[in-house]
Design a protein around this ligand. Structure first.
Ligand code: GRF
Length: 227
């Protein structure tokens, strides 16, 4: 069965290539702390990847400056320019496609993306709480998430990397990191503890997810080469 052999070869090839060069597109909306962290771990050699493009849903944000400073191509695509989430999403994928990422990585991206079949399983997000049980969904971002966790009386919070599907913060969880909620925590102090955990978690989750989904990486590369 030549087709099956070919697929296995492609997966093996993706394994070889992804060991040296996982290509990522980063989507953000703000300060770019997560982008800066990914660049730091890539520079340090602990995440074998390169970021081929950064797209922001907001103009003039710090995340774009960080990308510029690292010599990465950038684009701003504001939601207000489009009639609905689908048109917005299509515009994002149209800009991303020429940069040929294996994975799209959301890093503080506050807009909804509709996931078409060709991107299913190849978009990751990080949420600053424990999914699926914690504060999540539209409007839950930044300190609102940490305030909700403190108000719930939970003694643990953390961060969750998940696959993006067509619901906010609802796709399958890839990996979580847990931190304690301390009695005197404020949203800011809890947020700082969670973000420190995110800095370890996101690169580790990207690395692990890619290694465990070489079939998806290979399929994406096959689509791009027109095979
Ligand atoms: C992180 O807390 C992450 O969990 C959430 O956005 C924050 C990063 O955004 N998705 P930024 O890098 O500070 O803009």
């Amino acid at each position: 069965m030549a087709g099956v052999v070919g697929t296995q070869q492609e997966i093996a090839s993706a394994a070889d290539e992804s060991a040296t060069s996982l290509t990522l597109a980063v989507l953000l909306s703000g300060t770019g702390r997560s982008l800066a962290n990914l660049l730091r771990v890539i520079d340090a050699g602990s995440l074998q990847a390169r970021i081929s493009v950064v797209i922001s849903s907001r103009p003039a944000v710090r995340g774009l400056e960080i990308a510029d400073g690292a010599g990465i191509a950038t684009a701003v695509i504001e939601r207000k320019g489009f009639p609905d989430d689908l048109a917005y999403s299509e515009a994002v994928y149209a800009v991303v496609a020429p940069y040929q990422p294996d994975l799209i990585v959301m890093a503080g991206f506050l807009r909804k993306l509709i996931v078409p079949p060709e991107w299913e399983g190849r978009i990751l997000n990080i949420h600053p709480a424990l999914l699926p049980e914690s504060a999540a969904g539209k409007g839950f971002y930044g300190e609102r998430v940490h305030a909700a966790v403190i108000a719930s009386g939970a003694d643990e919070s953390g961060a969750s990397v998940h696959v993006v599907d067509n619901e906010y913060d609802a796709g399958p969880v890839v990996m979580r990191a847990i931190v304690p909620v301390l009695p005197d925590d404020t949203p800011a102090s809890l947020g700082a503890r969670v973000f420190a955990a995110e800095c370890e978690l996101y690169p580790e989750a990207i690395r692990t997810y890619a290694a465990e989904h070489l079939d998806l990486i290979a399929a994406g590369r096959r689509q791009r080469s027109g095979g």
